[in-house]
Design a binder for this molecule. Structure first.
Ligand SMILES: [Zn+2]
Length: 669
């Protein structure tokens, strides 16, 4: 017995000596998947189905030149952590911050056969209603360079059209629509062609607070749709599909202003517009319409791929690494400046929670509502922040100065006074009853105190590694005639979790963040015609199937990489041998995550990756290695955030027709 004790003491001494020299190999378990201290990028060979319906190969202006089409498609994608990368000067791939997902795209290009085309174009009139030539089609009819007149119009139910394509392409074309599938559709040229638009009028998702339904308005008559989830309350498919369609023989429409042909210049903007398909071959419009194949490749690349199927997060989805939250609380603070009505009537906390629970089912979401006093001091801060922001919108180089306190070098922040006041008083708003609280400040104001935006999700003004606050402004008119706050807060909180708009996104091969706000990419607004609350079309309160896929893929990579980051610290602990079995178990979960991911079972992948991460975290706790959530940095600097985080009201960014509002918002029936 004495000898044994001596031997074990000696062994402990050896372990100590080894540890003290920093050589820990002897205690390092060999993992299959986890890579202590290293960054893993999960690469996926992603099949993307491109189904051409009514387009055929040939040399005519409305035919497909497949070589030209393929030349416009990207080969590869990497998901960028856009927030922190935007603080790093230059546009250098090696300096940027990457999430850990990459894709090699494999395109399965399928030309629909006659039977499929006949069936689809015979079906869509049966799911349509006559809805009249829209004011946008009428405006198109005034363009001197047009090829024809739009003489009538039917509205096709967009959800049912999506469902038909998703259901019939597998049996009729051999296309697996549970994989990312874009349908590029052209009805024009067939004897049964009808002028048409798509509208989700059959399953409208109305504003949760006011009942307002955008689906009955001409602005919502579009040319594309998709992204419906299996379990959507309005129109769920019942099974998993990943479908988005784009029909250039529909419209023309409000959303991408493709009713304009003679000019595409507005107040200094020169927009890139994809006209209705019948204009291809027209060389006398604002630009020659002579590259249909190139334009359809742009739709596939910049919209279907960059904005929908495989996109990058606008804010870091990790939220607070290295210790990331289980419980998330939306901490809504209400300032009632207009005493004639009550903000509580325009927020449905349960809906905010239930939609976000479907985006991140591996977190638990809750909400708290707190009334704050809007006193003279608040009014002063509000007035400062509001007037400064209005001037910034007019002139992006306008130096923002704080009139709250004596702020010196903390000037020049977006929404200076809103940010500084709430940061300084953060402890009054944060309650400490969740792992992570999302501070939301909502103002109920009379019309004369409104801001020229609905809401914004701001970052930390330090390095973009996390979000800071959400602000929301509801005016008296808005709450009376259209919107409450619920839909807008689901959207802004979506930004906080990482989601970007369906009309903007990072393009990897261009190494640029692009979107409908950039004139040459104006056509990207068509991504908003999808069943996502991250759209500006006000047609959905939920996250789309693509939103879910993207979030689940981000989180799979993030959980594995945060585990990788923590591992060297705990493995260099003298007590590391106590947790070897937990680490092996974590490694096994990480391996399961990658298997699910490869099978496109992205939710399972994220759940397994979180389990791996949680086990690594628990192992750290067990041997007293402390892992902390990221704290808010103390210093701030000038940073004009991506305009994608500022949410202007509907129509704000579109060229306006010389029509009265009530005219272009005329209900379709
Ligand atoms: Zn937004």
């Amino acid at each position: 017995m004495k000898r044994l004790i001596t031997l074990s003491t000696l062994m402990a001494l050896i372990v100590l000596l080894v540890s003290s020299t920093g050589v820990t190999q002897a205690a390092t378990p060999t993992f299959t998947t986890l890579q202590p201290g290293q960054f893993r990028e999960i690469n996926q060979n992603l099949q993307v189905n491109i189904v051409l319906v009514g387009y055929h190969q040939g040399t005519g202006p409305r035919d497909i030149n497949e070589a030209a089409f393929r030349a416009g498609l990207p080969h590869r994608y990497r998901t960028l952590d856009v927030g922190p990368s935007s603080y790093i000067p230059g546009n250098n791939e090696s300096d940027a911050v990457w999430i850990g997902n990459s894709f090699n795209y494999n395109y399965n290009i399928v030309y629909a056969n006659q039977a499929f085309e006949d069936a689809y174009f015979n079906f869509v009139p049966t799911i349509s209603i006559p809805c009249g030539v829209t004011v946008y089609q009428q405006y198109y009819n005034t363009q001197h360079s047009r090829s024809l007149d739009v003489t009538d119009n039917i509205c096709i139910e967009a959800n049912v059209a999506e469902y038909w394509l998703a259901e019939n392409a597998p049996s009729m074309l051999g296309v697996d629509t549970s994989k990312d599938t874009v349908f590029l559709i052209n009805w024009y040229g067939r004897p049964d062609f009808r002028f048409h638009t798509y509208l989700p009028f059959g399953y409208p998702d109305s504003d949760p607070d006011t009942g307002f339904t955008a689906a009955y308005y001409q602005n919502s008559e579009g040319i594309s749709w998709g992204g419906t989830t299996p379990d959507d309350e309005q129109n769920g498919f019942g099974s998993l599909k990943r479908v988005w369609f784009h029909d250039l023989s529909a419209g023309p429409e409000w959303n991408t202003v493709n009713y304009l042909l003679d000019t595409a210049e507005f107040g200094g903007l020169r927009l890139y517009i994809l006209p209705p398909v019948w204009e291809y071959g027209n060389m006398s419009a604002y630009r020659p319409f002579d590259d249909l194949s190139g334009d359809l490749a742009k739709i596939t690349r910049y919209v279907a791929l960059d904005c929908l199927f495989t996109k990058s997060p606008i804010s870091p989805p990790a939220l607070s690494p290295p210790k990331m939250p289980n419980s998330i609380q939306f901490d809504i603070n209400l300032y009632q400046a207009d005493k004639n009505w009550n903000l509580h009537d325009y927020i449905k906390p349960d809906r905010l929670v239930s939609e976000h629970a479907k985006l991140r089912p591996y977190n638990t979401q809750s909400v708290s509502l707190t009334d704050l006093r809007f006193d003279n001091r608040q009014a002063q801060i509000y007035d400062c922040g509001r007037s400064q922001f209005i001037r910034l919108l007019a002139d992006p180089s306008y130096p923002l100065t704080s009139c709250y306190g004596n702020r010196g070098d903390e000037n020049d922040l977006l929404l200076t006074d809103f940010f500084l006041y709430h940061r300084d008083h953060l402890n009054q708003f944060i309650e400490g009853d969740a792992d992570l609280e999302v501070p939301i400040f909502a103002y109920g104001v009379p019309d004369n105190l409104g801001l020229p935006l609905l809401g914004i999700q701001d970052d930390n003004h330090y390095d973009g590694t996390r979000s800071s606050f959400i602000y929301y402004w509801l005016t008296n008119s808005e709450r009376q005639f259209e919107h409450g706050m619920t839909q807008g807060l689901i959207h802004e909180a979506g930004h906080f979790m990482g989601m970007s708009h369906t009309h903007d996104g990072f393009d990897y091969e261009d190494l640029s963040y692009l979107g409908g706000f950039d004139d040459p990419y104006f056509f990207m607004w068509t991504g908003d015609e999808s069943d996502s609350v991250m759209s500006y079309m006000f047609l959905s309160n939920n996250f789309s199937q693509f939103d879910r896929d993207n979030m689940n893929r981000y989180m799979t990579a993030i959980y594995i990489n945060q585990a990788n980051k923590i591992l060297p610290t705990i493995m260099s602990s003298p007590r590391a041998t106590e947790i070897t079995s937990q680490l092996f178990s974590a490694d096994s979960d990480a391996a399961a995550a990658l298997t699910s991911y490869a099978n496109m079972e992205y939710l399972n992948a994220a759940v397994s990756a979180k389990s791996a991460y949680d086990k690594v975290l628990a192992a750290a706790t067990r041997i007293n290695v402390h892992i902390e959530p990221e704290a808010w940095p103390a210093d701030y600097r000038r940073h004009v955030p991506n305009p994608a985080l500022i949410d202007p009201p509907k129509g704000q960014q579109r060229p306006n027709l010389p029509l009265a509002n009530d005219q272009y918002l005329r209900p379709i029936r």
